[in-house]
Write a protein that binds this ligand. Structure first.
Ligand code: ATP
Ligand code: MG
Length: 425
């Protein structure tokens, strides 16, 4: 056991890593168009950075934290999510200063850690890309950010993702709703799961977020937050809806969605897809206007989302979407005998230095096995290098698909491989 990977973690091997690289690059390019800049924060934080901002009664903080005391007796946790660390950094680095252009738009890509029960799309170390925009109360910022996630899914060719939209309103709206929810749930307290009975006292909105069957049943006819919005909250929500419609982004209103973190207000959303009967959230986020102040900065509104990369790759796979991953080999050199060993090395190096990919045999294998490797690698061109070729200073370069051949000198291979490829088109 101890010499295997920890439960809930993954080794990502080269073929799979190529998909990760593709998706990450795709995401970076998309974010760039929306003018987000990358931020890299530490993989671990002081426990308090996460605990109170994400919420002392949330599952993440009560059950899922990888926390420990380091050798200096500091209470540390591996980060379970990206927003709190980014807000911490925003304040610590004074990105609220007037000379920094607003809104400040940041994105991150990296590992997150949660002690969960591992299953498909649920790991203990997983990866998120996420974005945070600071400094705008404009509902257009909410919609621009949601639209960016939507564009990612569309451009990757993912189908059947549904945008769930809700609002938590202003703190006052939320407080009024909280009371209404308590009044509704209290008479059926005994029917709730153990966890939710506790949640009812500590943080009743969390009951709406429960995945337990009995809780889901109990909240089916729960009062809706939409009936408790004050005028400002209503106006913000209406504007978000109008703008989504103007961009023709389909959505459904889901008043039982509250998100698993406490720092949100106003707009919250999730992109949800069905997989093998299971509902899986790929991307989730919302507005958090109080969080910068909580970290000691000046009142600054925020909006962001987190998107799970394992889940994104899982859905691409399930929907049969093949990513256009390039893995081409421009030249394979079959090597015959010790006399050609050093020259083969010089030639692959020279071709690589010209910007092409090249491989050669290093195992002194039979020629047939070498040609087979070239085919497996999908080599565009191939040449065979033996003692006589080394002495003559030229070889036959062959197009591995058309079988067309030309005689070329080592000099040409070393200085003009591009030209040779063109001749062999
Ligand atoms: P869930 O309800 O599925 O537990 P969550 O509300 O805890 O999700 P968030 O904290 O909003 O999730 O994280 C944003 C995204 O990160 C999720 O939508 C999901 O794609 C991904 N994610 C969250 N937890 C995990 C995990 N344990 N393994 C893999 N991906 C995860
Ligand atoms: Mg969770």
């Amino acid at each position: 056991m101890a010499l295997q990977k920890p439960k809930g973690t993954q080794d990502i091997l080269p073929a799979e890593a190529a998909k990760w690289q593709y998706v990450e690059e795709f995401v970076r390019q998309t974010f760039k168009r929306y003018r987000y800049g990358e931020i890299r924060t530490p993989m671990f934080e002081h426990y308090e950075v996460i605990s109170r901002s994400v919420g002392d009664t949330t599952d993440i903080v009560t059950k899922e934290m990888y926390d420990f005391y380091d050798k200096g007796e500091r209470h540390i946790t591996l980060r379970p999510e990206g927003t709190a660390p980014v807000v911490r950094s925003f304040v610590e680095n004074k990105l609220f200063a007037p000379e920094v252009q607003k809104p400040v738009k940041l994105y991150y890509i990296g590992s997150m850690f949660r002690y969960e029960r591992p299953q498909a799309g649920r790991l203990r170390e997983f990866h998120q890309v996420g974005v945070e925009a600071f400094g705008s109360v404009n509902p257009a910022t909410d919609v621009e950010t949601i639209a960016m996630a939507y564009q990612l899914f569309c451009d990757l060719g993912i189908k059947d993702i549904v945008l769930h939209l809700n609002t938590l309103g202003s703190p006052a709206s939320r407080a009024a709703y909280r009371q209404a929810l308590i009044d509704y749930l209290l008479p059926m307290k005994d029917q709730l799961s153990k966890d939710s009975q506790r949640r009812l006292e500590e943080n009743p909105l969390r009951v709406l977020d429960s995945k337990e069957k009995e809780d889901k049943q109990a909240v089916e006819n729960a009062p809706s937050i939409l009936d408790y919005l004050d005028a400002e909250s209503q106006a913000h929500f209406d504007a978000v809806r109008e703008m989504l419609e103007a961009l023709e982004i389909p959505y459904i209103i889901d008043t039982n969605m509250v998100r698993g973190l406490d720092y949100y207000n106003h707009t919250i959303f999730e992109f949800i897809t069905k997989m093998d009967q299971l509902e899986l959230t790929i991307c989730a986020g919302g507005r958090y206007d109080g969080l910068v102040e909580y970290f000691g900065g000046p009142a600054t509104p925020g909006f962001g989302f987190g998107l799970g990369l394992e889940r994104l790759l899982l859905i691409l796979d399930k929907q049969g979407i093949v990513l256009p991953i390039e893995d081409q080999l421009d030249l394979y050199i079959a090597v015959l005998g010790e006399a050609a060993n050093s020259k083969a090395l010089q030639l692959v190096q020279a071709v690589r230095q010209q910007g092409f990919s090249a491989e050669r045999d290093v195992l002194n294998r039979k020629i047939k096995a070498q040609f087979k490797s070239a085919d497996t690698f999908g080599a565009r061109t191939i040449l065979t290098l033996g003692e006589s070729e080394v002495e003559a200073g030229h070889v036959i370069l062959k197009n591995n698909q058309t079988r067309q051949e030309i005689e070329v000198s080592f000099e040409e291979l070393s200085t003009n491989f591009a030209g040779l490829l063109e001749q062999l088109q």
